[in-house]
Structures are given as C-alpha cells and as structure tokens.
Ligand binder design. Structure first.
Ligand code: HEC
Length: 197
C-alpha cells in the first residue's frame, strides 16, 4: 500500500489513500503504546479467568456476604451449644437482662404486657402470661428459646417466629430477660391447652 519504496524504517510512510483531502501515515505503533495494549490484554485474560471462571477474586458484596454468613454460622453454632444451665446463667447477668428488656418492651410487650403478665389494666392481651409458672410449650429456658426462635407450632395463635426479625443474639437476650422472672428448678405446670407432645 505504500506510495514509494522506503528503505529507512524510521521514516514514516505516507499512504496513497486520500479521503476528504486527508492522507494518513502508515506508521509503526510506538512500543510504549503496544506494550500498554498487550498488558491490558494479558490483564483481561487473567482477570476474566480469576473473577468469572475460577472465582479467586471476589467482589466487595460477595466478600461481605461471605463474612456475614460466617458470623451467622458462628452465632448459630453458639446457639446450638446453649443449654438450660447456660441460659439460666445468662438470666442472672444484668447487661444481658437490660438488652433483653429493651427488645421485649419494643417487640413483645404489646401482646405479653410490659410486666409479662399478659394483661394490661385488667384487660387480657393477645399473648399469654410469661411470668407465671404455667407454660403451654414448656418452661425450661431451651423450650422458651425454641418458641421465641420458631414461633408457636400453631401459626394461627399469633406468636410469630422472631429469629428472622431479631437475629440470634437478641432472641437469646430476650429469653434471658424472660427467665430472669423465674427461678431455676421452679415447679412448672402445663397450660390446659398445651400441645400433647
Ligand atoms: C402478636 C402478639 C404477640 C407478640 C408480638 C409476641 N407474642 Fe409471644 N405469644 C403470643 C401468643 C398468642 C402466644 C401463645 C401461642 C400458642 O398458644 O401456641 C405466645 C406465646 C409465647 C411464648 C410461649 C409461652 C408458653 O406458655 O409456652 C413465649 C415464650 C413468648 N410468646 C415470647 C414472646 C417474645 C419473647 C416476644 C417478643 C420477641 C413475643 N412473644 C411476642 C403472642 C405474641
């Protein structure tokens, strides 16, 4: 395509092609430019492999989600290891009780009353009493924990599962708060309408 033989590679070649009176040089691209291009291509291949194919590089969102999942898992493991003695011990810890009380007043008092009695100014509220020794789903701390986490087995009763909304930590605290109104080893009676299991 060159207009004239060009022995010196450093002298630019002027192309024959004219467009709107404009002619172009047929010049070798500078090395620094080519180098940048090749690096960019190499980087693309590396990044495409690492990010999309191998999953070695994670986006910020994925990293955060992973970290959150790990925290949740740790909390769940802690939860599985919670037994009655541990929960009774927590029910004596002032900081835990205070945190649980705040959660209770905000989320539970509307149905169970601020004093846990299930009645407010002589009116029976939707929730049952949590301060007496009569329990419908069992009065051991782990049993109370289960009902607060998962809600009543009979969904029509109006006691929703709280773990999705409050998270593990606050559920445990609120249970500790409820148990702070009770004594370890106290007699437990079954409510008349307790499920038979
Ligand atoms: C919308 C009203 C409502 C709210 C809000 C509510 N509850 Fe309940 N709760 C109930 C009802 C109704 C029952 C009885 C369920 C049944 O009969 O199975 C119940 C039962 C319970 C029981 C079992 C009592 C037993 O005798 O076995 C516990 C423990 C309990 N709730 C704790 C909580 C806690 C803690 C909260 C707040 C995080 C809460 N509830 C919020 C309505 C409510």
């Amino acid at each position: 395509m060159s207009s004239s033989p060009n022995p010196d590679p450093n002298t630019p070649i002027l192309r024959d092609h004219v467009y709107d009176g404009i002619q172009e040089y047929d010049q070798k691209l500078p090395n620094w430019w080519l180098f940048t291009l090749y690096i960019a291509i190499a980087f693309f291949v590396f990044y495409w492999l690492a990010y999309y194919q191998l999953g070695v590089i994670q986006s910020d969102e994925e990293r955060i989600n992973d970290a959150m999942a790990k925290i949740d898992n740790t909390r769940l493991k802690e939860l599985e290891s919670l037994d009655d003695p541990k929960l009774w011990a927590m029910s004596l810890d002032p900081a835990t009780i205070a945190a649980g009380k705040a959660t209770f007043q905000q989320n539970c008092a509307a149905c169970h009353a601020p004093d846990l009695s299930g009645t407010l100014a002589g009116t029976k509220l939707p929730g049952v009493s949590l301060s007496d020794v009569e329990w419908k789903h069992g009065g051991l701390p782990t049993e109370v924990l289960k009902i607060v986490r998962k809600g009543s087995p009979d969904a029509s009763k109006g006691m929703p599962p709280w773990e999705p909304q409050l998270g593990v930590k606050r559920v445990v605290e609120v249970v500790a708060y409820i148990m702070s109104h009770h004594k370890e080893g106290q007699p437990i009676t079954k409510a008349a309408d307790s499920p038979s299991h």
